[in-house]
Ligand binder design. Structure first.
Ligand code: GRF
Length: 208
């Protein structure tokens, strides 16, 4: 049984997709052991509580220094002993020590087809604003392993989404979430939970 910890900062629609997929057996062999947010008003925490998943808020604002936050954050994560950590709209920089401790066991959902529109400063609505500014015809989302960089780890799954005439950033974001993020994040967790993803020469290989 894969013990999964989900890290969130916002509305938690990706968390909800994971919760629903576990309930509907689209994700098997998995137990959601906790949700941690840096933002006490994140609706994602409410979604966790409504579904009986232990929910915690650990905010950098509650600590004198980032180092103190990092220490407390990592201590809570270690206490929960996750097999997999899922960043689902999590907007806090992951402490380098956590990247090392959980190497190959942290995944992230990014709302673009990496390597497009990713890296520092590309998150949330900004990703879609830049995509529309550039005039791309295809958007999408990516699930990747987290390494020391920003959105640079091995890509696990991607899903394209067509941009439509007259799209606003908000409309495009919603379509990318509905048609891509909420599909490939649960799918990636199920693949990992069932031993179907391996790392080879720095690439993630899916074994169907
Ligand atoms: C959204 O911008 C989504 O594209 C990205 O994280 C943000 C929050 O999503 N993955 P959520 O509703 O909190 O899952």
């Amino acid at each position: 049984m894969l013990k999964v910890l989900v890290l969130v900062s916002g509305g938690g629609t990706n968390l909800q997709a994971i919760i629903d997929a576990v309930r509907e057996n689209k994700i098997t062999n998995t137990q959601l052991i906790g949700v941690i947010s840096n933002n006490k008003s994140a609706y994602a925490l409410t979604r966790a509580e409504e579904n009986g998943i232990p929910a915690y808020c650990i905010s950098p604002k509650s600590f004198e220094t980032r180092a103190a936050f990092n220490e407390a954050f990592l201590a809570k994560v270690n206490e929960l002993q996750p097999d997999l950590i899922v960043l689902a709209g999590f907007l806090v920089v992951i402490p380098p020590e956590m990247i090392r401790t959980y190497a190959g066991r942290i995944i992230n959902i990014h709302p673009s087809l990496i390597p497009a529109f990713c890296g520092t400063g590309f998150y949330g609505l900004k990703v879609h604003e830049k995509a529309l500014e550039r005039g791309v015809k295809v958007a999408g989302a990516t699930v990747h392993f987290v390494d020391e960089g920003t959105d640079t780890g091995p890509i696990i799954l991607q899903k394209p989404v067509m941009v439509e005439q007259g799209d606003t950033p908000e409309v495009l974001q919603r379509r990318v979430m509905e048609q891509a993020e909420w599909q490939i994040l649960p799918q990636a967790i199920d693949l990992i939970a069932n031993g179907k993803v391996k790392l080879e020469d720095g690439k993630a290989v899916i074994m169907e």
